[in-house]
Design a protein around this ligand. Sequence first.
Ligand SMILES: Cc1cc2nc3c(=O)[nH]c(=O)nc-3n(C[C@H](O)[C@H](O)[C@H](O)COP(=O)(O)O)c2cc1C
Length: 186
Amino acid sequence: MTQVYSVAVVVGSLRKESYNRKVARALSELAPSSLALKIVEIGDLPMYNEDVEAEAAPQAWTRFRDDIRHSDAVLFVTPEYNRSIPGCLKNAIDVGSRPYGQSAWAGKPTAVVSVSPGAIGGFGANHAVRQALVFLDMPCMQMPEAYIGGAANLFDESGKLNDKTRPFLQAFIDKFASWVKLNRAV
Ligand SMILES: Cc1cc2nc3c(=O)[nH]c(=O)nc-3n(C[C@H](O)[C@H](O)[C@H](O)COP(=O)(O)O)c2cc1C
């Protein structure tokens, strides 16, 4: 029987009509049967504060940490805000990384997708996530890089992904499936 790996998808936008969320959903539909993608919500996470941790971790932090811990891999899909990552995503990364020594992220294979209406495709955000992944000790798929620009034209009115982007996302998620398998085997 083929092993199915669970993938926690962390989307760095809280917007209802988020292009990043739409791309995350498209990746979920395109994923091979060896991957089960699920978006893990981050909008309800209180801002990380060590004093609060010392008293009692909010339930939303615990829920989020458990969601990440129980997944085999993590996929980040994020917009770029001011050439870096949105605060909600950085907060989620920080929440998942604590308490000290109990990071939920450690060792999980991962990859980063950035999506923007702009031409640069969120390059700055993509690499800001990658910078954190080093310290989080997450093996990150290097290639293919996924800087997806022109986000306003990715989907038609019925929500269908355009024919130019679909093969790229398909290749990306297929390669990610291999990356997850490789890294979960060690
Ligand atoms: C505070 C803020 C800063 C932004 N900075 C950038 C930026 O640096 N680069 C960029 O390509 N787009 C930037 N944008 C535009 C976002 O790419 C755009 O709002 C996009 O739709 C957000 O992703 P979403 O559709 O998934 O919510 C910024 C938007 C906001 C609200």
